[in-house]
Design a protein around this ligand. Structure first.
Ligand code: ADP
Length: 478
């Protein structure tokens, strides 16, 4: 019989997404089904989730949790087996999963995601799950609630990004419903505050992050963001497993968002996507101009500022630049201004648009991913799959998934993109120059694109590793 595992996540593609966490949490259940693991995912009852939920039945009820009754619904949506925390006073709100429509964090996020953790522990026990898989700080208290539950259930905690730590004022502790002993350095306490992520790392039975390189980087003071000491202490329980893509959903042969479908053996359709992308972003209709693109959150981590500082290279080299992103107002404005200064040569779409993202992956010649750090990164995986050799910073999962097309790689016939030193506009400029030179030799670029598209970016290799950890945890506790 398949091992019953409860996943706990605050976003889940295609129901609700702000980034790669949603993609990973949304794709893992199908990937693990083939490995003898049956995943059901507990997710907050945001309006979009409740709207998508088909026929549902109530499996648990509380007369009161943080001021109002709540219940857990069981149902299916978008092919996913869901357990939905229906708590309208916490989750039935406009805006994003963490922020109000004006972009400000909800003031009660500690309570909202403590409720998710409490519900997870009760659901895991009541429905007889053998193990729990908690994702990121929003599910950071799950391992603590499980540890202090009457029947301990083992928990794997996955870090998708160590930069988001869920740090809240210590005065909130009495509201969490945990024993007093949990409020110590050997528990939730984190530099005088409550750390949801820190708590997850402390109480989880095993820890995972989303690439082998990031698993090494977070053990260092530079990459550990204050948690490297704790992580070094737990390095025996720390794994680094690459994210994959749901290659059924991310498939240029069938993607409905594209202007034309294509494949590695028949890539001609890329040209129609390039033309459609140029039209959509106000770029000159020029099939020959190399078209570089950026897709991502406009945050310091993602290095859009580095790209703008290095973008004179493509501009002077006769190339075009397409930017799709949203986030910090200063960076949004900088992208808009750059596009305005280079009419027909640079274009920016500020906002979150899944369909346009697919068109960018399919229509650009190369995706630029200049992150200062990157736990795994899904954008470069999508770019590989859609035939846009990625130009990436050599960090985290970017370093693990893209093969630099240097002299030796070319001689061996194995480059899939370009790697540059992270955090430097000069290094990025040099990488962009190198990419232009590679692009100028169409046989070389065709080879890079073919190898990029042949790269296995599926969950296949990683699903087995997740399954082995979860089965091992269940066996140790069983
Ligand atoms: P992170 O989770 O740190 O934001 P990832 O690279 O892991 O970064 O995942 C980002 C995901 O979000 C990818 O699927 C990417 O295509 C998508 N994405 C990012 N920004 C946008 C946007 N503005 N519009 C549409 N999709 C976006």
């Amino acid at each position: 019989m398949a091992l019953p595992v409860l996943a706990v996540a605050s976003e889940l593609y295609p129901l609700i997404k702000t980034g790669g966490l949603a993609d990973a949490a949304g794709a893992l259940p199908a990937a693990l089904a083939g490995q003898g693991v049956a995943v059901r995912t507990l997710i907050p009852g945001y309006p979009k989730v409740l709207a998508a939920l088909g026929a549902a039945r109530t499996v648990l009820e509380w007369p009161e949790l943080y001021g109002a009754p709540v219940r857990v619904l069981e149902g299916r949506a978008a092919g996913l087996d869901l357990l939905v925390l229906d708590a309208p006073h916490l989750f039935d709100r406009p805006g994003g999963p963490y922020v109000a429509p004006d972009g400000a964090e909800w003031g009660d996020n500690a309570i909202r995601f403590a409720a998710l953790g409490r519900a997870a522990a009760r659901v895991a026990d009541a429905l007889g799950f053998a193990a729990v898989h908690a994702h990121d700080w929003q599910a950071g208290l799950v391992p603590a609630y499980l540890r202090f539950a009457p029947r301990p259930i083992p928990c794997l905690f996955t870090i998708h990004n160590l930069a988001y730590q869920g740090k809240f004022d210590a005065s909130l502790f009495p509201l969490l419903g945990l024993p007093a002993q949990a409020m110590s350095t050997q528990g939730l306490e984190y530099f005088g505050a409550i750390g949801f992520l820190k708590s997850g790392l402390w109480y989880a039975d095993a820890i995972n992050t989303v690439s082998p390189s990031y698993a090494e980087e977070i053990l260092t003071p530079e990459g550990g963001m204050g948690l490297d000491g704790l992580l070094r202490g737990r390095s025996g329980d720390l794994h680094g497993i690459l994210n994959g893509l749901d290659t059924t959903d991310w498939d240029p042969k069938t993607d409905p968002h594209l202007a034309a479908r294509f494949s590695a053996s028949a890539p001609a359709g890329r040209a129609a996507n390039k033309a459609a992308l140029q039209a959509r972003l106000g770029l000159a209709a020029d099939p020959a101009a190399p078209l570089f693109a950026f897709i991502g959150r406009l945050a310091w981590q993602k290095g859009a500022d580095l790209l703008l500082a290095a973008a004179h290279v493509p501009m002077q080299g006769g190339a075009q630049l397409a930017m799709l992103g949203s986030g910090e107002p200063g960076l949004e404005q900088a992208c808009r201004s750059f596009a305005a200064m280079h009419p027909g040569r640079a274009g920016a779409f500020i906002g979150f648009d899944e369909g346009l993202a697919r068109l960018v992956y399919a229509g650009c010649d190369a995706l630029v991913v200049p992150s200062r750090f990157e736990p795994c990164g899904l954008a470069q995986l999508a770019a590989l799959r859609y035939g846009a050799p990625p130009i990436v910073a050599r960090t985290g999962g970017l370093a693990d998934t893209v093969i630099d097309t240097n002299h030796a790689a070319l001689a061996a016939g194995c480059g899939t993109g370009v790697q540059v030193a992270p955090g430097s506009a000069e290094a990025l400029a040099a990488g962009l120059r190198r990419a232009l030179a590679l692009y100028a030799d169409s046989a070389v670029w065709r080879g890079m694109r073919r190898r990029a598209m042949a790269t296995d970016v599926s969950w296949g290799p990683s699903a087995g590793r997740y399954a082995a950890i979860l089965k091992g945890l269940a066996a140790r506790h069983g």
